[in-house]
Design a protein around this ligand. Structure first.
Ligand code: ADP
Ligand code: MG
Length: 477
């Protein structure tokens, strides 16, 4: 009897040990992958991936949506397996599963929704003229004119998916990112494409501001029934800049009903915002949580290559319009390097230089760009600070800033801390004692030690070298 119990425990320990080891190896593989594919792409696809289990030589991972699963399977699975099998020799395959949502919160929201769905009513077709309440589409904001890079790849792929299939893969699609990074462009591109592929489908695009305006108007004219019906009869509803309804309680309430009804009937809803659902302050918790149930895709600030790509594509259309124009690659490279605030500003900069050149009748050159864009260039040439570095490194390694500055010495914190010190040394003009002070009042010898340590590791450890390089590059541009 005793013997049996003993056996049982030993098997358990063995399993535990195995589980921990695989999990560690998996985390290691993730950081190798991160160095390979870059921070932005990594965050897009792997931020929400979770280690499931390892049994029968099969590793199971969990992701929140089918779309993510399909994409990771077709783009990254082989690579992950290759990396992992170097360390875990008995691994045979990797399975990616869609982890179900938190059922309790889903039930709760369903209950609330059941109580609230508005009265449905038959309305004549003429009232359903969706174009009158939507905003016009800009033909130039097409998929063809959208340049894809690591920072917007997830958002782009999700947008494409919605326009390629009639059945709903995820609902809602929630796109978010800073200003001028292409959210509105993607919404228009989707609407244009759906109109093209399925002319019979009703697509309605409008800003949250316009939604509110329509709603208030309907209230004033006691016409809310028609208003509700107009929105609820569309096949695809797109609301741009949803953050606008924060704090506007009755508009929020109305939006939520519309939203629920559409989702319930399996009509596609697409939302954009300048921040993620959880960060939408001033919007009710139940709405925020429901906004995050489909696919949430963020657009990150653009990197150099994407900026250059956008400039090249915009330059091409300028050249088409004006055959006398010559735009050198050097000029485009210069702009992509120096103007990194957002794509709208970048576009504006190119337009400004071109306009100036034709106006002043001078050929385009870097010197001229420097002169014309003085204000923009100065603004982007901000020096990297130790604070920037600390924040970036903490974020990259999923640590709290306070941990990075603390006295804790565990490897998972100490190594990123050393990397941050090293980067502070090479990217800023701060002295060693100053750097030490900024890291929780450490001595300058600690900084010297950190710098030396990372220099050595960069030579001896490819993974670390790559991580440091990724960080350095992202801090530099
Ligand atoms: P947002 O809605 O995120 O504030 P917009 O969609 O209005 O940003 O984009 C700002 C400008 O930048 C638009 O002219 C848009 O066409 C352009 N733009 C943004 N991202 C891209 C991209 N990836 N490729 C081409 N143009 C882009
Ligand atoms: Mg916009």
């Amino acid at each position: 009897m005793l013997f049996l119990i003993y056996e049982g425990y030993s098997v358990l320990d063995e399993n535990n040990f195995q589980f921990k080891k695989i999990k560690e190896e998996w985390e290691r593989s993730l950081s190798i992958l991160r160095a390979e594919i870059g921070e932005a792409t990594f965050k897009s696809w792997f931020k929400n991936i979770q280690f499931g289990q390892y049994s029968d030589n099969i590793l199971t991972l969990n992701v929140p949506t089918r779309f993510m699963r399909d994409w990771i399977e077709s783009h990254y699975l082989e690579r992950i397996l290759a990396i992992l099998s170097k360390e875990v020799s008995d691994i045979k395959s990797i399975k990616i599963e869609v982890a179900s949502l938190d059922l309790n919160s889903k039930k709760e929201a369903q209950k609330q929704q059941d109580n609230k769905v508005g009265v449905s009513m038959k309305v004549s077709e003429s009232l359903l003229d969706h174009n009158s309440i939507g905003a016009p589409l800009d033909e130039r904001l097409s998929f063809e004119n959208f340049v894809v890079g690591p920072s917007n790849e997830l958002a782009y792929a999700a947008a494409r998916r919605i326009t390629e299939r009639r059945n709903v893969s995820f609902n809602p699609l929630f796109l978010y990112g800073g200003v001028g990074l292409g959210k509105t462009h993607l919404l228009h591109a989707m609407a244009l494409e759906i109109n093209k592929n399925w002319p019979e489908r009703k697509v309605l695009y409008l800003s949250a501001e316009k939604f509110m305006y329509q709603f208030i108007k309907a209230l004033r004219f006691k016409d809310t029934m028609a208003f509700k019906q107009q929105f609820r009869s569309v096949d695809v509803l797109m609301i741009d800049d949803i953050q606008f309804i924060a704090g506007k309680d009755s508009t929020q309430e109305e939006f939520f009903h519309t939203f629920n009804t559409l989702i319930d009937h399996n009509h596609q809803v697409i939302i954009s915002a300048d921040r993620s659902p959880v960060d939408l302050d001033g919007i009710e918790e139940r709405i925020r949580s429901r906004l995050g149930w489909g696919l949430v895709a963020d657009i990150h600030p653009s990197d150099y290559e994407l900026r250059l790509g956008v400039l090249q594509s915009k330059a091409e259309s300028h050249l088409l319009e004006n055959s006398d124009l010559t735009i050198s690659d050097n000029l485009l490279e210069f702009l992509a390097q120096r103007i990194d605030s957002n794509i709208r500003v970048l576009e504006g900069a190119l337009n400004r230089v071109i306009a100036y050149s034709s106006f002043a009748n001078r050929p385009l050159s870097i010197d001229m760009a420097k002169e014309v864009l003085k204000d923009l260039i100065r603004a982007s040439q901000r020096k990297t600070t130790i604070d920037d570095i600390q924040r970036k490194v903490a974020d990259y390694y999923n640590l709290r800033l306070s941990d990075l500055l603390s006295a804790r010495r565990s490897r998972t914190i100490a190594r990123p801390r050393q990397i941050a010190m090293y980067l502070s040394k090479i990217l800023t003009t701060r002295s060693l004692p100053e750097i030490g002070r900024k890291f929780g009042g450490r001595d300058h010898t600690t900084v010297i030690h950190a710098v030396k340590k990372i220099e050595d590791l960069r030579v001896g450890d490819v993974a670390i070298d790559e991580e440091v390089e990724v960080l350095r590059r992202s801090l530099e541009n």
